[in-house]
Design a protein. Structure first.
Length: 291
C-alpha cells in the first residue's frame, strides 16, 4: 500500500510538471510587448488579454525616475514587438534611444498622446532632468487613464488588426472600470468631508489633484531633499493649509515626512502610485483624504 501511494505521488508530480511545462511554453510562445511600469502593464493586460504577453521594464519596487535595466531585460527587450511608453518619465528620457538601438525592429507607441500635460519649472532629480518641466505622472488620474487606455487600444489593433473586436470588447470593459473608479471617488468626496490640501514627498499626484480640485504640496525641493529652511516653510504651509495627511511612497525616505508630521500633528499614509492595482490605489488615496 505504501509503495502504491509513493508511485501515485510520483505520477502526480510528473503530471504537474508536464502541465507547468506546457503552460510555460505557451507563455513563451506568446507575442511580447514591453511597457515602462506596472500601472501601464495593468492597462495593457486589461485590453490585450491572452493575445500578448506584457512585461514591465521597471520592476515592482523600483523607481521609474532612476531605474537602469539589467542585461537580461535588454535581451528580453530584443524579442519584443512593441514598446508602449508612458510618455515623459525619467527612465524613458534616459534610456529610450538606447532601447530602440537595442531593438531596431520594435514599434514605439506613446500612450501619453493627447494628455493635457502639467508643466512647471524643469529640475534635476538625481541623475536625470524632468525635460521641459513636464510632470510625468500622468497615470495617476482618471481622465488621463481614459486617454492611456484609448492609446493602448489603438496600439494593439495596429499590431494585431485581426483581433480588433476582441480588443474593443476588453477596452470597453476597462473603460467601465475607469468610470466606476471615478464614480466611487466622487461619491467618497461628496459624502464625506474631504481635505482640500495634502502633502506628499515626491509629487506623483499632480494630475489626481487637478482632477478633483485639490492642492498638492511637495516635500521635495527641485527634486532633492528639502533644505532646513524649506522644511521650516513646509511646516508653516502645513499649518496654514490645515493639512491632515502626508503621503509617502515606498521608494522614498520618510524621515522628512516624519519631522513635519511630528511638528504639525499630521498623519503619514503609505501610498504606492506605482502599484499594478491601479483602481485599488486610486480609491485608497481618495479614502485617505477624507475624515
Amino acid at each position: 500500500m505504501k509503495r502504491y501511494l509513493t508511485l501515485l505521488y510520483v505520477l502526480l508530480l510528473v503530471l504537474l510538471s508536464a502541465c507547468n511545462g506546457k503552460s510555460s511554453q505557451k507563455e513563451e510562445n506568446k507575442r511580447l510587448i514591453m511597457v515602462t511600469m506596472e500601472p501601464q502593464r495593468y492597462f495593457t493586460e486589461a485590453i490585450a488579454g491572452d493575445k500578448f504577453l506584457v512585461e514591465s521594464m521597471v520592476p515592482k519596487g523600483s523607481s521609474p525616475e532612476t531605474y537602469d535595466p539589467t542585461p537580461q531585460q535588454l535581451t528580453r527587450l530584443s524579442k519584443s514587438e512593441a514598446y508602449l511608453r508612458i510618455g515623459h518619465i525619467g527612465f524613458e528620457q534616459s534610456w529610450m534611444d538606447r532601447l530602440t538601438d537595442n531593438a531596431p525592429h520594435m514599434q514605439i507607441f506613446d500612450t501619453s498622446k493627447g494628455v493635457e500635460l502639467i508643466h512647471g519649472e524643469g529640475h534635476n532629480h538625481g541623475d536625470h532632468f524632468h525635460a521641459g518641466g513636464v510632470d510625468p505622472h500622468i497615470w495617476n488620474s482618471i481622465s488621463n487613464a481614459r486617454i492611456i487606455a484609448k492609446n493602448t487600444f489603438q496600439a494593439l489593433i495596429t499590431l494585431d488588426k485581426t483581433n480588433e473586436n476582441y480588443y474593443l470588447h476588453r477596452y470597453d470593459s476597462l473603460c467601465k472600470v475607469i468610470n466606476r473608479t471615478d464614480s466611487v471617488i466622487n461619491n467618497i468626496f461628496q459624502t464625506r468631508k474631504a481635505d482640500h490640501a495634502f502633502m506628499i514627498y515626491h509629487p506623483a499626484l499632480s494630475y489626481f489633484a487637478r482632477d478633483y480640485g485639490l492642492h498638492q504640496i511637495c516635500i521635495e525641493e527641485e527634486g532633492k531633499e528639502p533644505s532646513p529652511a524649506h522644511l521650516r516653510d513646509l511646516i508653516e504651509i502645513c499649518k496654514e493649509e490645515e493639512v491632515r495627511i502626508i503621503f509617502v511612497q515606498p521608494e522614498f525616505d520618510r524621515r522628512n515626512a516624519e519631522i513635519i508630521a511630528k511638528q504639525t500633528n499630521t498623519n503619514i499614509v503609505d501610498v504606492n502610485p506605482l502599484s499594478y492595482n491601479w483602481e485599488k490605489e486610486m480609491i485608497h488615496i481618495a479614502n485617505s483624504l477624507c475624515k
